[in-house]
Write a protein that binds this ligand. Structure first.
Ligand SMILES: C[S@@+](CC[C@H](N)C(=O)[O-])C[C@H]1O[C@@H](n2cnc3c(N)ncnc32)[C@H](O)[C@@H]1O
Length: 212
């Protein structure tokens, strides 16, 4: 299923251009297997009937890993149609099992809720309060009491930029403070991500349960 929303052209243009000009292994965030994300998702929602959305999933192989775990209700949202097209092409016929949403998370109006919402390296691009508030509003609309929210950002000692754009760095605690009291932090960890270029980046992973 394909859904498309309206979003600011400059955000879409930046990311479409990135995915058009760079292969998977030419971007710093590439992971052959997104192990930590998968572990957090499978422990939060072991039942394969759980509904899972990867926000800003891009061309990530998380969707492949979720299919391999037999999850039956998977959605991938990204502002870049080029990125989603790359994942669809990689998956072949299995892409039909996924709901693909082309949308800017800060303008998206979800039509349903998910049990698990995952975001690796998307929220940290929102450096102004208005955009962050819009993201939190989308988070509220896309989840329900008891839903799990897993967000990975650059850590406080991580890079200051990603894909040529400035980022806001977080610890699990500063992210919890930014999301607000509706989300209860239950797991926090740091990861040294090896980029395909032989460098490393410090990531912060935080898992929350929505209170009500
Ligand atoms: C650094 S990449 C991470 C991709 C993927 N999560 C991963 O871990 O491989 C950031 C992704 O967020 C997407 N993105 C950036 N801003 C967005 C927004 N406002 N709404 C939705 N997606 C966005 C980009 O297109 C890109 O795919």
């Amino acid at each position: 299923m394909l859904q498309t929303y309206i979003f600011p052209m400059e955000t879409r243009a930046h990311w479409d251009n990135t995915y058009t000009t760079k292969s998977d292994t030419q971007v710093s965030w590439y992971q052959p297997v997104p192990e930590r994300s998968l572990a957090l998702i499978t422990s939060a929602a072991p039942d394969p009937s759980a509904a899972i959305i990867d926000v800003g999933g891009g061309a990530s192989r998380l969707v492949d890993a979720l299919l391999a775990e037999y999850y039956a209700d998977i959605t991938v949202l990204d502002v870049s149609e080029v990125a989603l097209g790359r994942s669809r092409e990689r998956l072949g016929d299995a892409a039909e099992k996924i709901t693909w949403i082309t949308a800017d998370i800060t303008r998206w109006q979800p039509q349903r809720t998910w049990d698990v919402l995952h975001d690796r390296a998307v929220f940290h691009f929102l450096t102004d309060k208005t955009a962050q508030d819009a993201y939190v509003a989308a988070l509220m609309a896309a989840t329900k009491a008891g839903s799990t929210i897993i967000i990975a950002t650059f850590a406080l000692d991580g890079p200051e930029r990603c894909s040529g754009l400035p980022v806001q760095r977080y610890s699990a605690e500063t992210l919890a403070a930014r999301l607000g009291p509706d989300f209860s932090l239950y797991a926090a960890s740091k990861e040294t991500h090896p980029t395909p270029f032989g460098t490393t980046q410090q990531f912060s992973y935080a898992a929350f349960r929505r209170r009500s």
